[in-house]
Design a binder for this molecule. Structure first.
Ligand SMILES: [Zn+2]
Length: 228
């Protein structure tokens, strides 16, 4: 693999360590990937199976081709199939973060997604974050369910399992994951007292519209460049 995509693999390692530091990942349960190449060279770099942030270096990521052929010294994450399915369904997404973060996972164990209880729910691109039905990890059924849920969202919860978040850049995918975990914690706290009041479709549409134009102009330009 030599120096191929080394900055990208280093960025994935930094992100994985950050998930641990934030208490969003533990051991080898989480996995991250980044798309690379295009056309017949389309592939992704993904975390190796069974290894945590403390066990791996940038050279331990696995390059997985479009047909599932892998390159690297380790086997890819057992959850690679849903990463591949999401990339196939969403050409605009280039990075995926998956973890069993405590609040999002607690909510997923109740088989509840996030409704429009807070305006920041729009961070995932819509007025809710769905929770997909339970399927065995690594299964084709789970891949299809995740790809379906993320057709028009940048995140979803997996029933009795965890969280998936994605973005045009790794930075964006991490931001969505961190925000969804935070929102899940707030939603659980609110549910402990009563039933939160939901924002209506018009209110959420206004937030989604505002998010399209939010941020520093130079920053948006930079994000756009990274996304290309
Ligand atoms: Zn998982």
């Amino acid at each position: 693999m030599n120096g191929e995509d080394l900055p990208l693999r280093e960025a994935l390692l930094t992100a994985l360590r950050r998930l641990d530091a934030l208490g969003m990942n533990r051991g080898s349960t989480g996995n991250l990937s980044h798309r690379t190449g295009s056309g017949i060279d389309a592939a992704m770099w993904i975390t190796p199976t069974g290894m945590g942030a403390d066990d791996i270096g940038a050279d331990d990521f696995v390059r997985l081709g479009a047909e599932g052929e892998s390159r690297g010294r380790w086997r890819p994450s057992s959850e690679a199939p849903f990463h591949r399915a999401v990339y196939a369904a969403r050409p605009d997404l280039n990075a995926i973060v998956h973890c069993h973060s405590p609040h999002a996972t607690a909510l997923a164990c109740l088989r509840r997604g996030l409704p429009a209880f807070h305006y920041m729910v729009a961070v995932a691109g819509g007025d809710s974050v769905p929770c997909v039905p339970y399927h065995l990890f690594g299964s084709e059924a789970l891949s299809q369910a995740v790809a379906q849920a993320m057709r028009d969202r940048d995140a979803c919860l997996l029933a009795n399992h965890g969280l998936v978040a994605a973005g045009a850049t790794l930075e964006r995918a991490m931001k969505v994951a961190v925000e969804i975990e935070s929102l899940a914690g707030i939603y659980l706290a609110a549910l402990a007292v009563g039933e939160p009041v939901l924002l209506d479709a018009l209110q959420m549409a206004a937030v989604i519209e505002r998010f399209r134009h939010y941020g520093q102009p130079a920053r948006r330009e930079e994000d756009g460049r990274k996304a290309r």
